[in-house]
Design a protein around this ligand. Sequence first.
Ligand code: GLY
Ligand code: MN
Ligand code: MN
Length: 457
Amino acid sequence: MLTKEILQKRRNELKTLQEADLILLPSNMDSPMNCKDNCYPFIQDATFQYYFGMNHPNLIGVIDVKEKKEYVFGKDFSMSDIIWMGKIKFLKEEAEDLGLEFRDLEELPKWIENRKVAITNYYRADTVFYMAKLLGKDPYRLGEHISEELISKIIEQRNQKSNEELEELEKAVNVTREMHLEAMRVTRVGMKEYEVVAALEAVAAKHQCSLSFPTIFSKNGQILHNHRHDNVLQEGDLVILDAGAKLPSGYCGDMTTTFPVSKKYSDRQRKIYNIVIHMFERAEELCRPGITYREVHLEVCKVMVEELKELDFFRGEVENIVIAGAHALFMPHGLGHMLGLDVHDMENFGEEKVGYAEFPKSSQFGLASLRLGRELEEGFVYTIEPGIYFIPELFDLWKKERKFEEFLNYDVIESYMDFGGIRYEGDFVITKDSCRRLGEKMLKYPEEIEEYRKKFS
Ligand code: GLY
Ligand code: MN
Ligand code: MN
């Protein structure tokens, strides 16, 4: 449970900021779908939620570093709001219950006059324009005024998950797990992909959750983030499901499973699937405080190359293939990312600021998509999500360019170009000397998944 005391402690840690007198952290605003009163479902800004805990739009959280006080500025509910939306707890009451002084938003411009203010960067245009007007700055140059000190303090704090956060993350992962099990229960030959999506998203809704990100469910698993769901599922198809639940408290789950539409994986599917699981297990085995995730990623890629060599996909030394980046033909993405109140936690501040510390991100194809490369620390929550994909367009390009010809057996690989793709993803916390998968035990091996699906056929 995220109590008033926890929020207070989080805000206190920001009061060591040197660079400014005041920290301004805006909530998200309502975002119209097509007219002002018809909005997208409200999703709170994760940083606002982390420090201020209120799940309402159009608020500005203020931490007075000099005076050691905290406020929330907003417009409290009017009679019109009560008529249209019903009587709910006034913002003032809610703020006070959370240890915050509530002030009317109209007082804010005067209140910040002649104070040195620290802000972060914003990812929504409405927030940029609102804050630029409030601060009397050019909205197109607001980026010049952000406080790097503030951003790094927030990242440092949010990267270390407390026990209360781990409890929330476990819950999010368990709802996510249920979504995946539901998909495995209902998927049948002849169904449209969107029918399965409807069933699994209903599980999130039944737990009062929203989605961590738009659901990826596709028999074209080689498309990494495929949000189209209009194919008919057929015998022999393999489907990738990458989906997660976001709790009302904001914490996210992120899980990927890959299973056959038919009763069993084909021999070819099983072979590639097991390689992905060996990659996953190698990562699990390696993750501990002190190792860099870049190293874990590269070790996992070596497992992929070693085992794909048995299928005659590669020639040459495993080490050389991975250093050159030839394996990225099959896994162009990174092994994982930080997870928390955002599915790619805090990437709104910049991927490198969150996922890299000791060295910069590589620009090599494949490694350039590794969102997390830094040394792992106790309390980090992150994903492990290896995959193997057969992307015909990428294959054709590389073959034409004769890229890594010394390593890749293009003729053998070509025969897999109708395969699709496989990914398996779980959510982990770094413990004192290793790592632990979050959530109840999840199905992983092909035989377990086949057995489970058989029970519901
Ligand atoms: N669902 C996006 C990801 O796994 O990173
Ligand atoms: Mn995912
Ligand atoms: Mn992920």
